[in-house]
Design a protein around this ligand. Structure first.
Ligand code: FUC
Length: 824
């Protein structure tokens, strides 16, 4: 059983570690103190800090010990995890393009020739043999694949830490009071503040500025000449550090995985002091007796953001220019520019589900033994997801990877890559509904960048036209089938990515944007039309070979993953073809392709109900090797695709419910989030909330990071485990789906409101068809709805028995009461 992490409620004094308290010699700024610092673990912390103002903060009464307690800041590209140490501050740094590895040709030259035989075996229901041949002939090798998730030293590469910025303070305050560290989601500033034993209050503020492209650390104290520290930049490997004047530079070149040098990176730190002095020491900057200090940190790589021309300009001159420009602005101006950039993205959406208790965030995480009545906690998780998306996905940058942009180490879990069999997609589920359409751009550009390598792969592997991508993808244009078919095959992931392109249009109604994505949709349709072949027995168009990520079925006592047209592929094909038809209509283009898509839709196999009453996962009613498998791929048709719903397809909706019951509520972080969205689609708010509570279950014990069972870490990062950010974004999408849904040309208000969320309001959710919606309720009754059209159009609103229609011009709004009568 798990115990609440640091269950310190009521304890007034915390001794952070077991070591005896070292009383430090020397006053603040006394350089003697530097030679015998109090260690962080010997610090006495009074747990007496007041909560921060406002509900939108994560806050704590002790520094982070583990990485998953530290607080993330980011500007889409440049990220830091802020630990908030008193004697020693650690900022673990990331830059979103920093990858080892390099481009490689990994397509299997035997694949296209073996494909007809694999298909023949599948059509003869020789699944074991088909899978064996597919594994032998269709995949990359472990060396040209992902190294089973560990390829930091292989060509596939790994996303990596940029290093650490350490601030080692002279002042060894054996005892500190009013210690608080927080992440203010309203301003995107991480703040650490405390009062040392001799009565000086120190404050440290950290933010990652998008307009100025620098990380800013501001140190202040309420007594002059109190700030003395050494600043260092380190990296576990491949780095050289050079101090000069008030600057510290760290540069290096990563492993290209093929015996040579890969990506180059450069970083630079500059200290700007008010009072006191700055000097360059050995591998460090020395700040002495300053009144206040602003540290500016810039970093970049020579990755040019475009496959395959990965060698961009040298990063050092670029970041030097960024640093020079930022240093011309006083700190207040940098902060003002940061907040002015961030708040227009963050503030349009408000969610209130109840008051937050005045206790630190880690203490709010759910103890499985305690009932959860802190409804403000899911609301905080919702907003934290929005915060993370703004911080990890800004135009011009790479999309949020498995950990967003925050990852420590040289080999990060699953290479910190782009997994396309749920993970990258889930990262972007909330993007439009949670009113962050601006943050979509990195994903859209990314999918565009997959077309070139994906066309090559599609031709080489499948002898088909168009483009596609399989389960994994890195920054080097990797689109082929990796080393294992069981989890790596998924040929319909190109079409899955196209769902996101289309959905962004469905929300924004931006026809110019639709025009830009048309070639991508078209290429995906060309692939899907080529890829689907008539099944010799049924005549239906099937996707073969393929897998239902990442489950297997039983053939006798053998587990097999490869089959023809798993249900998910049928749904993906329908989703793509329907969107291509709609796009061709909107743009008045390509009638012939449109007609081929319509004809193909009619020949797709139907979704089927199996012997347990479940939605069948494969074309045959196989027994699942893992009935509780974390993936619920065949529920793609329920969420995110709106193909199944209780009103439109009641029988399939009942079958989806049975599938969810049979899978159970346990699972990895993202699995809980996906199930929550599905229960929301089925109108069961209580069950959706239950899954959110599972996700908010603390994933850490007093001394251990748990390694199984989804949950949340003290910093609210989602635990797969380990940390994976998809669950954070999935939870945000799930909460939105509980409150407002927009499928099939209608807007459903409070479609899955849990009993426990008695009163509340949400402002600014976006709906397909181009509008923003505000909803207010009390005593579980809808009381007020406002619809603001962004594109102009006709809207159909529904809630229980009530319905309303509105025709609005762009920019117009309409307000309704709880029965959906027009108020104004
Ligand atoms: C998929 C999932 C795993 C994990 C990995 C990164 O392969 O099946 O659970 O999330 O991606």
């Amino acid at each position: 059983m798990t115990k609440l992490l640091f269950s310190t409620i009521g304890l007034l004094l915390l001794v952070v570690g077991a070591a005896p308290v070292a009383r430090a010699a020397g006053a603040p700024g006394d350089s003697r103190a530097a030679s015998q610092p109090t260690t962080e673990s010997a610090l006495e912390l009074a747990a007496d800090a007041a909560p921060p103002e406002g509900p939108l903060a994560l806050w704590y009464r002790r520094p982070a010990k583990h990485w998953v307690e530290a607080l993330p800041v980011g500007n889409g590209r440049l990220g830091a995890m802020v630990f908030g140490g008193v004697t020693r501050e650690r900022l673990q740094l990331n830059e979103d393009s920093l990858w080892s590895g390099s481009h490689q040709e990994a397509d299997n030259p035997n694949a296209a020739a073996a494909l007809p035989e694999v298909r023949r075996l599948l059509f003869e229901r020789k699944y074991v043999e088909a899978e064996a041949l597919a594994q032998r002939s269709l995949t990359a090798t472990p060396k040209t694949g992902t190294g089973f998730g560990r390829s930091a030293k292989l060509p596939y590469g790994s996303y990596q830490t940029l290093g650490d910025l350490w601030l080692e303070f002279d002042v060894p305050p054996a005892r500190v009071e009013r210690y608080r560290r927080e992440l203010d989601l309203d301003t995107a500033v991480a703040r650490t503040t405390y009062t040392s034993g001799d009565g000086v209050t120190f404050t440290r503020e950290v933010f990652s500025s998008h307009p100025d492209q620098v990380l800013v650390v501001r140190l202040t104290a309420d007594r002059p000449a109190s700030i003395s520290f050494n600043a260092r930049l380190t990296r576990p490997e491949r780095s050289t550090t050079r101090p000069s004047g008030a600057e510290l530079e760290m540069t290096g070149q990563l492993d290209n995985g093929a015996g040579g040098g890969g990506m180059n990176y450069a970083t630079k730190l500059r200290a700007v002091n008010e009072g006191g002095s700055i000097s360059a020491g050995e591998n460090a900057l020395r700040v002495e007796r300053a009144d206040a200090v602003t540290l500016l940190f810039a970093a970049g790589t020579d990755y040019a953001n475009k496959y395959p021309t990965f060698r961009g300009d040298a990063p050092a001159p670029r970041i030097a220019a960024q640093l020079d420009a930022a240093a011309k602005r006083p700190h207040v101006e940098l902060l003002a520019r940061h907040v002015a950039d961030y708040q227009p993205l963050f503030r349009p959406v408000e969610l209130n589900l109840g008051d937050a208790p005045n206790i630190p965030t880690d203490e709010r995480l759910i103890d499985p033994d305690r009932a959860a009545d802190d409804h403000a906690l899911p609301a905080l998780l919702f907003q934290f997801g929005r915060y993370l998306l703004i911080a990890s996905s800004r135009p011009g940058d790479l999309p949020a990877n498995l950990q967003g942009i925050w990852a420590d180490g040289i080999q990060v879990p699953w290479n910190g890559d782009y997994h396309l069999n749920i993970n990258l997609q889930m990262n972007y589920w909330p993007v439009d509904v949670a009113n962050l359409s601006e943050c979509f751009e990195p994903l859209g550009a990314w999918v565009q960048s997959l077309v070139a390598p994906g066309t090559k792969t599609t031709r080489a592997q499948w002898n088909a036209s168009g483009w596609t991508v399989h389960t994994v993808n890195n920054v080097w244009g990797y689109t082929t089938v990796p080393e294992a078919v069981s989890w790596g095959l998924s040929p319909m992931n190109g079409p899955w990515m196209c769902q996101h392109l289309w959905d962004h249009y469905a929300y924004t109604g931006d026809v110019e944007y639709l025009r830009t994505i048309w070639p991508v949709l078209k290429g995906s349709a060309e692939f899907a039309l080529d890829w689907h072949v008539p099944h010799p027995q049924t005549g239906r168009l099937v996707s073969a070979p393929s897998v239902s990520p990442e489950n297997s079925f039983l053939v006798g006592d053998r587990k097999v993953a490869v089959s023809a047209s798993p249900t998910m592929d049928v749904q993906l094909a329908r989703d793509l073809f329907e969107h291509v038809v709609a796009a061709a209509d909107a743009l008045k283009v390509e009638p012939e392709l449109r007609a081929r898509c319509i004809a193909a839709i009619e020949k797709l196999p139907p979704m089927q109900v199996g012997k347990h009453g479940q939605l069948q996962e494969w074309s045959e009613d196989f027994d699942e090797a893992e009935p509780h498998h974390r993936h619920i791929s065949h529920l793609f048709g329920l969420y995110p695709a709106g193909q199944i719903s209780p009103s439109k397809t009641p029988e399939l909706a009942r079958a989806a419910r049975v599938t969810l019951e049979r899978r159970g509520d346990e699972g990895t972080g993202w699995s809980c989030a996906w199930k929550a969205t599905c229960w929301a689609r089925l109108g069961d708010g209580d069950r959706a909330r239950q899954l959110l509570l599972t996700q908010l279950r603390v994933a850490t014990t007093i001394d251990k990071i748990l390694t199984h069972g989804g949950g949340s870490y003290p910093n609210l990062f989602c635990a797969h485990p380990p940390f994976q950010i998809d669950g954070n974004f999935g939870a945000t999408a799930a909460i939105a789906e509980m409150l407002v849904q927009s499928h099939d040309g209608r807007i459903d208000l409070l479609p899955a409101l849990p009993q426990a969320w008695k009163a509340g309001h949400v402002r600014g959710l976006r709906v397909r068809g181009g509008a923003e919606v505000d909803v207010r309720w009390s005593d579980r009754q809808l009381s007020r709805v406002t619809l603001r059209s962004t594109t102009g159009g006709k809207y159909f609103l529904a809630h229980g028995e009530s319905a309303a229609q509105a025709e609005l011009k762009a920019g117009e709004a309409a307000t309704f009461d709880g029965k959906l009568n027009l108020v104004k």
